[in-house]
Design a protein. Sequence first.
Length: 295
Amino acid sequence: MKIGEILKREFSVSFEFFPPKSPEGEAELFKTIKELEALKPTFVSITYGAGGSTRDRTRNIARRIHTETNLTVMAHLTCIAHSKEDIMQILRDYKDIGIENILALRGDIPKDGFQTPVYGCKYAVELVRLIRENFGDWFSIGVASYPEKHPESPNMDWEIRYFKEKVLAGADFSITQMFFDNAYYYSFLERCLKENITIPIIPGIMPITNFAQIKKFANMCGATIPQSLVELLEPYADNPEETTKIGVEFAIRQCEDLLDNGVPGLHFYTLNKSKATLLIYQAIKHKIPFRVLSV
Ligand code: FAD
């Protein structure tokens, strides 16, 4: 099913996974998927290594989920390291498998003097165009958005300008980078509306279960961790149970506020674990708008 179409009808709940490196990791992932499948997610998504490092693993996991479960799958695809012909092959393969949803991304630029392939896509917008030009409406296309701006964007005007290009090129919906202060998301939505950007922008929720890891992620992607949350988490930096408790409580309050403000969906960065997401979902499910749950 095409996510863009589902989003026109109903609220979306989705889970993001990464492709594991080992058979043990894959077994663990499918256990997590089984547990989360009970929540009837609208879709699940599988990340992609920016340099193409997970090309086969992303495809194989996406295929397994598509063929072995009833879940709707979205495959992430980063364009930065691929030629257009490589990208076309990957897309043709997804089409053959029957996967209809792609998150079209550029990927992070590797640090060591990297050059985009000559016949490649320099920015995500070029990938969106390539998909639309060659596959029409066969794929529903999602793109990334950044309520606190992408680290490479000099300011929010720049951020919105290039986000709008992706929308005009044919993106159906967007998923945001993680954020911990909803004010950034609301202000981003306001700016988008002013620019007539009206596609659904689904907030990306990162449940905190490991403080050191989240500090590192947040630092890399430019997400602000509010000082009040830092003060709650810091004393328990070496206590995973207490960190998870605080992180889950925080995410519940964050999601409740988002639901009160009419978000089109919630996308959970699960890091291939089910516990935190399950706890958050149980606590907020009474606020989640009615879904047909037709997947
Ligand atoms: P773009 O939209 O191309 O933007 C990148 C930067 O370039 C921005 O600053 C933008 O303003 C600027 N820009 C865009 N067009 C132009 C132009 N024409 N001229 C000048 N500047 C321009 N990474 C992975 O490696 N694998 C994943 O699976 C993955 N999944 C993600 C999922 C989500 C929901 C999100 C939010 C991010 C994900 N990322 C993933 C991270 C993403 O790849 C990085 O943030 C990357 O640096 C930017 O990708 P993008 O698609 O947003 O790029």
